[in-house]
Ligand binder design. Sequence first.
Ligand SMILES: [Zn+2]
Length: 352
Amino acid sequence: MNELYPWQYTIWQQVRGSVALKTHALLLKGRKGIGKLGFARSLAKSLLCTQITVEQIACGVCASCKWFEQETHPNFYLMTPEALIESSGEAGSASSGIDRQEADHTKSGKKPSQYITIEQVRALNDFVYLSGHQDGLKVILIHPAEAMNVASANALLKKLEEPPSHILFILVAHRAQDLLPTIRSRCQHITLPIPDAATARKWLTQQGVEHADICLALSGASPLQAAAFSQQDYFNQHTDFIRKISMPASFDPISLANSLHKLDLPEIVSWLQKWCYDLICVCTIGKIRYHVHQETTIRKLASTADPKLLASFWRNLIMSQQLARHPLNAKLFLEEMLLCYVKVMAPTRYQG
Ligand SMILES: [Zn+2]
């Protein structure tokens, strides 16, 4: 548990060697799905460990490590959106996200929050000032930091401006640029590396991932997302989605929207974004990034598409991605998005 990924060994030595707690706030940033959360947890665990190894890695046997592994460490606090609490890792937005959302809806009828709330930040006071084991270091891990809204970010800022002693904040961000500049400026920044294709492929194969190359391409070279992509349900849902939208002249947007509306909407939008990105890239530079195994289909579709319409639709999808977190009606949201796609890719379907 919380082991480093092979592509993180070098950065680990640099960070673990240099951090040495000269700072009270770290910002770990980088693309989604490269293992930032795992790195952050390993760092927290190693800083709390009482018998650190020569490689500066947590020993895994001391009382502190045991507490950490059982998620009961009194000096460690994980702050994450309610919707992610049950998730096992940062790739959780893929298949586990889909299953989880469904389960949560069924259980309570209330959708878990995608944001870190101001109440969560205020609740830190007890952890910072009251609880804890002896006088040792306390670590607060915030993931993903961009899930804080303005109110919670400002509440955190107060704590970062007057840092309590013996506290280390570790902020993990997929999109560090979305954080308040005042928060960014109070952190020491560390960019975590993206593995090269060979390293990522080797790791995926070791994890028993089928279709490693396909999943890696689909994930945009993020190995943890690739692993999530490979999970059977997710892989099948995605394959079915792509199969349908690759026939814009004949698929039924309404029934497709109906079959998808209970899934994770931002994820569905990202599927369509990647698909359209490839269509545009084929039109402009002749290359495919994500759907390498569907090159023939994409080239054929792109050859009849209007690049201007496609580019405009793609820009709209960026807005759809923002709306997807809180749509008024998930089914209508998907219907509209898919109908627009059909109008762009098969305009004759809706002409007189
Ligand atoms: Zn230990």
